[in-house]
Design a protein around this ligand. Sequence first.
Ligand code: NI
Length: 228
Amino acid sequence: MLVTIPRVLDAAPLAALRGLLERAGADWVDGRVTAGYQGAPVKFNQQIDERSATAREAQRIVAGALERHPLFISATLPNEIYPPMFNRYGAGMTFGAHVDGSVRIHPHSGRKLRTDVSATLFLNEPADYDGGELEVHDTYGVQRVKLAAGDMVVYPATSLHLVTPVTRGVRLASFFWVQSLVADDSRRAMLFDLDNAIQRLNQTDADADARRTLVGCYHNLIRMWSQT
Ligand code: NI
């Protein structure tokens, strides 16, 4: 399931974050420092050093926005969120086809985190660059994603994906992973559909008992399927 989540960042936090990244200087490092043996040969971009003060401050802005976003919560059912990372693709940079590593070590706590959901939050406007589309090979074919600044896409971390070469300008984004309470994508997709249907029914005069039953089913399915 690929879900677009609009307006994760409003204008003010977006401007603050872009300012941080513009002033980051030497905190921009070769993206291959965090790539595994599969990703490293095809990864040509730059990212903010995870241990830098810039990363910590930028992570606070994104993490704060995620916690308050109901659509993000409903689509990913987060158990733990990997501290967001930040990357930059200048002209000629690209990230070839790969599947994200299944387990990552949390850079602060040292805990292992299973990557169930991959997320890309776009930080500048599509008009600022050519190319740089996120291409996700999903169950239903190839999906090409290039969103407005502040918008985010989440997709199964099991998907093969790539970033097409940037041919003009610079593409700025944040990316991270979510260990979901519900590891299986098809179960998460059903829960997301159920939650959306309940939310829509709640805006109508539909039978209150029936709605209560559906809410009960939603929670009981999460109880049945969740791993913490
Ligand atoms: Ni990836």
